[in-house]
Design a binder for this molecule. Structure first.
Ligand code: HEM
Ligand SMILES: *[C@@H]1O[C@H](CO)[C@@H](O)[C@H](O)[C@H]1NC(C)=O
Length: 508
């Protein structure tokens, strides 16, 4: 979001006339970060025009759902409900005024000091006495029961808080500074008192300095997001999806007619705490460096990492920049998504066998196969809204090429979708973990080298993962990944209700 000085002036003017009975002083600088590589959010005006045409109510949709991965500081505060009656009355009177809508996040002058969203697990809805059928089988059973199907090697690495059913809900508390987040948490805890109990918290933060927007392995994140009809205008190469792919009860949600009316404009939130073993990842890359002629050893090492992800650290797609990073391309949101693995301009390029450009197993190709489907699949898409957590790699860890257990770092992964089985879980189970995906591609791709797992039911880390296509000089020589660079620490499935449901159904 690029603020002009004119809009700042307007913002200040509005503040004085206090159009929206402000609870808190309004902002003049955004809560959100905006690296050039990531698609800009629509302006409040664009979004409102689009929403009107599509019948979406952006004032009712919690702000985190459509806005994406661009917070500076974000706390995930997981709680249990101890006293449902008190919780409900405080929810309506004290918490709802703190909940940030999509409209508020898009306009700096309407942003609160700290943004707050809330979501409930199935056991949370049950604790509130709500017996409605949400029409999502994975939400209903919870993530713990889904662990094996997701490829997690048991729950031995799971954070104990997730290995139970006592998490009833989560507050997402985001701002530009840690102290704002801390203050808002205190405020929430004061309002809710002993009606809730803390179960677990995970503090996320954008990485510092030039790494802002990059995940811990060093790659720019938050680039490949779908453009949602009724919200944003697509940049070249962005998939345009119906609002109901992300929002329950909206056009494109196949279960819209059978869901409870109060869930319209909500979204299911899949949370995963994904630990990243950064020194081990870097060690693997340098131990297995490629040997492409004309590149230095470091360039060959970097190339292997880029081929695992499908993008360079800058965000430049290897499908367009196959040998070296191109930071100008990476930073250009109008070009860095404009590819589809097909290369129809080259009649000799055979998409199902040629991995000179992007390997079939690359993380971005496994998780969005673009033109591998003709036409592109527009039903299986998620809005990613996660944030890195944990400290930067220390000099000691880098030297030892080994993560220190006391410095856990990773991705607080969040995805929104109208149906978990067609969103996060579909991508993880049917595409990422499936060595034969994409079918018809030869040689067989193998699993996604970043997050793919075939470890279900096995002891942690004991199944070496085989990936073809990473070596551009020999597509069929598999690389065997003997370290889990990403370790699932578990998570939970939640529902992020429309704000109206917090005042009505859920507090009644
Ligand atoms: C620690 C774990 C993960 C890391 C380090 C990671 C990293 C990345 C990076 C660097 C990108 C490229 C930048 C971008 O397009 O935004 C990306 C894209 C993506 N990731 Fe992940 N990711 C992780 C987990 C996941 C999970 C669990 C899923 C879903 C099951 C997922 C789904 C996607 C999707 C859908 C894209 C966009 C693909 C596209 O539109 O081209 N990621 N990820
Ligand atoms: C694969 O595609 C690249 C880029 O178009 C081309 O240079 C190469 O010759 C192709 N390889 C094969 C085996 O056709």
């Amino acid at each position: 979001m690029r603020l002009t000085s004119i809009s700042v002036t307007i913002a200040l003017a509005l503040q004085c006339t206090s159009v929206i009975g402000a609870v808190k002083p309004r902002r003049t600088s955004s809560i959100l970060i905006n690296p050039d590589a990531q698609p800009d959010l629509p302006t409040a005006r664009q979004a409102s025009t689009n929403a009107q045409a599509a019948g979406l109510n952006l004032d009712d949709i919690q702000g985190d759902i459509l806005v994406g991965m661009n917070k500076n500081q974000e706390l995930f505060f997981f709680f249990g409900i101890k006293d449902a009656a008190t919780f409900k009355s405080k929810l309506a009177s004290g918490i709802v005024p703190l909940i940030t809508s999509t409209t508020q996040l898009l306009d700096v002058s309407k942003q609160p000091v700290t943004a707050v969203n809330i979501a409930f697990s199935q056991s949370g809805l049950t604790a509130l006495g709500n017996k409605d059928n949400m029409v999502d089988s994975l939400f209903k059973q919870g993530q713990l029961k889904d662990a094996a199907a997701l490829g997690d090697p048991g729950t031995g690495h799971w954070e104990s808080a997730f290995a139970g059913t006592s998490i009833h809900g989560v507050f997402l508390i985001a701002s530009d500074t840690q102290s704002n987040v801390d203050d808002e948490l205190k405020n929430i805890q004061t309002i809710l008192g002993s009606s809730i109990t803390e179960i677990y918290r995970l503090q996320g933060a954008a990485r510092p300095g030039a790494e802002k927007g990059h995940e811990h392995f060093g790659f720019m994140d938050g680039i490949g997001q779908p453009s949602v009809n009724g919200f944003s205008n697509a940049l070249p190469g962005q998939a345009t999806v119906n609002p109901g792919v992300i929002l329950t009860g909206e056009t494109g949600d196949n279960s819209a007619s059978s869901r409870p009316a109060w869930t319209k404009s909500g979204s299911f939130l899949a949370f995963r705490q994904l630990q990243q073993k950064v020194p081990e990842f870097n060690k693997y890359l340098s131990d297995n460096t490629l040997a492409v002629p004309g590149l230095t050893q470091q360039e060959n090492t970097d190339l292997l990492g880029a081929r695992m992800v499908g993008r360079w650290k800058s965000g430049a797609p290897i499908d367009l920049a196959p040998l070296k990073d191109d930071p100008t391309l990476g930073a250009d949101a109008s070009r860095n998504n404009n590819f589809n693995f097909a290369h129809t301009d080259n009649p000799n390029f055979i998409q199902s066998t040629n991995q000179t450009l992007c390997p079939f197993a690359a993380h971005i190709r496994k998780s969005r196969p673009r033109s591998d489907f003709t036409p592109e699949n527009l039903a299986i898409h998620i809005m990613r809204s996660g944030i890195p957590y944990g400290p930067e790699v220390t000099d000691g860890e880098a030297a030892a090429q080994k993560s220190d257990a006391s410095n856990e770092r990773g991705l607080a992964f969040v995805s929104y979708q109208s149906d978990i089985s067609n969103g996060f879980a579909f991508i993880q189970k049917n595409w990422v973990n499936n060595p034969s995906f994409f079918p018809g591609h030869t040689p067989t791709p193998g699993v996604d080298p970043i997050i793919g797992s075939t470890n279900a039911g096995k002891a942690p880390g004991d199944a070496a993962r085989s990936v073809n296509g990473l070596n551009p000089l020999s597509f069929s020589t598999p690389l065997v990944l003997n370290t889990d660079f990403v370790v699932s620490r578990g998570g939970e499935y939640f529902f992020s209700p429309p704000i109206s449901a917090l005042t009505n159904t859920l507090s009644k």
